[in-house]
Design a protein. Sequence first.
Length: 183
Amino acid sequence: MSNNASRIDPTRHFTPVTIAVLTISDTRTEKDDTSGDALVERVNASGHRLADRTILHDDADLIADKLNQWIDDPAIDVVITTGGTGITGRDVTPEAFARVMEKEIEGFGELFRMLSYQKIGTSTMQSRAIGGVARGTYLFALPGSTGAVKDGWDDILRWQLDSRHRPCNLVELMPRLNEGRSA
């Protein structure tokens, strides 16, 4: 979006963040994980570091365990998942996020659905994309389609994970995410 591109302040230093990518699917493998591939490609192209990449089945316990593992890794700043955000019985990513999140970033899901509405209309109401924070780590759950991953990264996360984005961005808040937490 040109509006966001014009919000990049070239006088500010770019600070890369370290991102873990989790694909949630009962059917995808490393060979056909196109949404995970698209996300990893965008993370790398944006100058960030990929910490890890995994594929898990739609199982809230497995997802929450992996999220906790990555949240507890001080080298990982952001976790982005793709898949499991729909409304069928197997879609449990938001439930797994709810187990680990301390704060929800309501605006992420709202903004994702607003942008998605422009492309897929009312079908976007079936998305339960969600964002949050847990123990100093950002968490974002995107739908499993490659198009949704591209929209979520290209239109939102790319900009908010860029330390040069004005008037504000998520990177500049990272040092303060654990304020008030007991050690």
